[in-house]
Write a protein that binds this ligand. Structure first.
Ligand code: MG
Ligand code: MG
Length: 282
């Protein structure tokens, strides 16, 4: 994930619609996984289902084979930040959080989105990590408008997660441009300074993806060359949208609402918005 082309490819409206279609298939895949997740289910089982669903739509899993990655999904449990490899031995348990990242390639364009799920009765301090990471993503997206600078996105995420909540913002992994390639220029760090970096222009399509650790920001990569752990073994969360920069307001091309609807239908999962909803009803 460290190799980026230096040239930025701005997209036409037609290209943005194709990226949106790819992103929607990614989110349908996440929703399907959300319907399956339960204690006892394995990483291998959800990966198999994800691959079938993507192929049923005449699309190609975007991660499988990418720089040698062996699976359709990245399945990252608890202290794993990203790039966990789904296996039979990876069995989900009550109280786990699992970050799932998925990409597809369809009609010449990639889509990319990630979501962290809470299985069963996850502890309140971990639920807060999920809520804050999710909200930090939207703080970043709010800055993805024409005329702003890339650093405005980075700063908004870092300020919220680090200054307000004292969580660890992972430095080694960043968001990226999305298009004909899974990872295009520019890099989109989750830390940085306001007013710095390139000026955002309409047609820029980027994946914004805060990876936030409950403890230290430092990470460590396993001997498998992929699995990235939080160095202190504390939980880590990851939410990602692919967005198109527009005037006034970013256009979010991926759709978490279909994932969240599936979460609400699955009694084995705990929704991150639960608290807000209860407050809204009260
Ligand atoms: Mg992703
Ligand atoms: Mg990404």
């Amino acid at each position: 994930l460290t190799y980026f082309l230096s040239m930025i490819f701005y997209k036409t409206d037609e290209e943005i619609e194709l990226i949106r279609e790819s992103c929607l298939l990614v989110c349908k895949t996440h929703a399907e996984i959300a319907s399956m997740l339960a204690p006892g289910v394995t990483g291998a089982a959800i990966d198999k289902r994800a691959e079938e669903l993507i192929k049923d739509h005449k699309a190609v899993p975007g991660f499988k084979g990418y720089r040698g990655f062996p699976a359709t999904l990245c399945v990252s449990l608890n202290d794993v930040v990203v790039h966990g490899i789904p296996t039979e031995k990876q069995v989900f348990r009550e109280g786990d959080i699992v970050s799932i990242d998925c990409g597809v390639y369809m009609n010449g364009y990639f889509g990319d989105a990630a979501y962290t799920f809470a299985i069963g009765d996850v502890k309140e301090d971990v639920m807060q990590l999920l809520r804050v990471t999710h909200e930090s993503l939207y703080k970043g997206i709010a800055q993805a408008v024409a005329g702003n600078r890339l650093g405005d996105i980075s700063f908004a995420i870092q300020y919220f997660a680090e200054k307000k909540y004292s969580y660890g913002v992972v430095r080694e992994l960043v968001g990226h441009g999305v298009g004909r390639e899974l990872h295009e220029s520019p890099e989109v760090p989750n830390y940085g300074q306001r007013g710095r970096g390139i000026k955002l222009k309409e047609g820029l399509v980027i994946a914004i993806e805060p990876m936030i650790n409950m403890g230290t920001k430092d990470v460590h990569t396993d001997r498998d060359g992929w699995t990235v752990h939080a160095k202190d073994g504390k939980p880590s969360a990851h939410y990602e949208h692919t967005v198109a920069v527009r005037k006034g307001k970013a256009d979010i091309l991926s759709d978490h609402s279909i994932i969240e609807a599936a979460i609400r239908r699955n009694a084995n999962l705990k929704a991150i918005q639960e608290k807000k909803t209860e407050q809204a009803i009260a």
